[in-house]
Design a protein around this ligand. Structure first.
Ligand SMILES: NC(=O)C1=CN([C@@H]2O[C@H](COP(=O)(O)OP(=O)(O)OC[C@H]3O[C@@H](n4cnc5c(N)ncnc54)[C@H](O)[C@@H]3O)[C@@H](O)[C@H]2O)[C@@H](O)CC1
Ligand SMILES: [K+]
Length: 467
């Protein structure tokens, strides 16, 4: 579980936000007391009367741990504390001095049913030392319940990379804001349930976790065209385009046309068929002013015909959603081509497609943001964690989607859903975030061993939860 629509900042941005709070007259110790009060509240809620072991590291994450130990002890909880070394910050040192209860060294620590991890937070700069990682993992394993303060110790704040964090953490209480490491890479798997205590720290950011969208019920006078017309272009593997088209219908588009020349299989009868045999036909079709968005790429193929279709779609002044083969065809020319498009474009690459299109270094967020700016397109960078970035610098992160989505055709469904949102919700990151939420929710509803067709059947339920 992840807080919805929550702000996300890097370690450096969090430190800057904290400094701004200090500059406004709040003392550092006061902020630490606030953080620890939130930690103590959550720990007390889960611990009930079970004995608690608190791990305190050398920095301010450890400082929070000392204060939480004091507050929990004052409330009558049975608390032991393990200190991994001497406090390295003034605040941690002052908080250590105020802790009067039992303290032991890490290697003398005895497991207890409730464990609080205050070893490291946003200050982690290198992997956990091996001995420490092993003892920590063992204490987590032997505890019934573990809560991490701010971040699981052993997760990189900005990338979510594994720096030795154990498995089995039940709850992570993020302080001030979410960090990318809560959602990306290993962080997404290791945090357990993610909670957020905002601590009244003002956060100014364009990065957020994906939120449940608010969708509109059609008005009493709505008709099929005003709810948006999506054109899906067929190619070598017509099943993929049909999945996209059916997903666009289920996602609420008013009118969906499947354009191509493949033999017509079974229904759905509501899907409109338009014969398009050549790139010239496609150009003529895309000149139809009722078309609000075009999906190209699912099952398109990579031959000359596919390339000609791609050129025709690029030239049409229509919002365009590119997926699958269209992305592979673009390859390393993607940014150059996309910059010249006369209308907004959305790309939905998985990591392989993304890597073929865009070079660059850094975290998944940094790379997706840079690519979106360069290509002037909104990019939905799919995977176990999905990063959505717009050319304007907005970011939405989605983690924790069903692992059962890793099956053929689910990407085609996302492309169709995105088109439905584009024609209903408009520009930029909003429709992309909505589509990602609906896709993840439909997968949750479809349950284990889902297939792409079943995913589509659950989209209307997901939509109904957003009205
Ligand atoms: N951001 C906020 O709003 C607030 C942050 N606070 C806490 O402050 C934390 C950040 O504190 P710090 O910047 O002191 O950082 P940390 O407490 O995360 O740790 C930094 C210390 O650990 C050492 N270190 C880093 N990686 C190590 C490794 N692998 N092995 C051994 N030592 C290692 C560093 O040299 C440094 O001494 C946050 O995570 C949060 O818990 C709260 O106290 C108050 C509010
Ligand atoms: K921690």
């Amino acid at each position: 579980m992840i807080p919805s629509g929550a702000p996300i900042v890097t370690a450096a941005q969090m430190r800057a936000a904290e400094q701004a709070v200090f500059a406004s007259g709040v003392a550092q110790d006061e902020l630490m007391e606030r953080a620890a009060a939130a930690v103590a509240r959550e720990v007390a809620r889960f611990a009930m009367d079970r004995p608690i072991l608190i791990l305190a590291g050398p920095g301010n994450n450890g400082g929070d741990a000392y204060v939480a130990a004091r507050l929990l002890h004052a409330r009558g909880h049975d608390v032991n504390l393990v200190a991994t070394g001497t406090p390295q910050t003034g605040a941690a040192e002052r908080m250590q001095a105020l802790w009067q209860g039992p303290t032991s060294s890490l290697y003398a620590a005895r497991p207890r049913p409730v464990l609080v991890d205050g070893l490291f937070g946003t200050g982690m700069t290198r992997p956990l030392e091996r001995g420490l990682a092993a003892v920590f993992a063992d204490l987590v394993k032997q505890a019934d319940f573990t809560l991490s303060i701010d971040l699981p110790s052993g997760i990189d704040t900005d990338s979510g990379a594994d720096l030795g964090a154990p498995r089995g953490i039940d709850v992570t209480l993020a302080l001030g804001a979410l960090k990318p490491g809560h959602l990306l890479d290993c962080g997404g798997e290791r945090c357990g349930t993610l909670l957020l205590a905002d601590l009244d720290i003002p956060i100014d950011t364009r990065w957020r976790s994906v939120a449940r969208p608010r969708l509109d019920t059609p008005g009493a006078h709505s008709h099929k065209y005003c709810r948006g017309l999506v054109a899906v272009i067929e190619g070598a593997m017509p099943g993929a385009a049909r999945l996209a088209a059916r997903a666009a219908m289920a996602g609420g588009a008013g009118y969906v046309v499947l354009a191509g020349d493949r033999p017509w299989g079974d229904g759905p009868d509501a899907l409109v068929r338009r014969e398009v045999r050549s790139a010239e036909d496609l150009t003529e079709f895309l000149g139809w002013d009722r078309i609000d968005a075009v999906v190209l790429g699912p099952g398109l193929g990579r031959d000359r015909r596919a390339e000609a279709f791609l050129r025709a779609a690029f030239a049409a002044p229509k919002p365009l959603i590119l997926d699958g083969d269209a992305l592979t065809l673009l390859g390393s020319n993607a940014a150059r081509w996309l910059q010249t498009r006369p209308a907004p474009t959305w790309l939905t690459p998985h990591w392989g497609e993304f890597d073929r299109m865009f070079a660059g270094e850094g975290s998944k967020i940094a790379r997706t943001l840079a690519a979106a700016a360069e290509a002037r397109a909104t990019i939905v960078h799919k995977g176990a964690d999905t990063v959505i970035a717009s050319p304007k610098g907005d970011v939405r992160l989605l983690a924790g989607a069903s692992p059962w989505l890793s099956t053929a055709g689910t990407g085609d469904v996302l492309a169709g859903l995105l088109a439905a949102q584009v024609v209903q919700e408009g520009k930029g990151i909003v429709p992309a975030s909505a589509a990602a939420w609906l896709h993840a929710r439909a997968a949750q509803l479809a349950g284990p061993a889902l297939i792409a067709d079943a995913l589509i059947m659950h989209i209307p339920q997901a939509v109904s939860e957003c009205l």
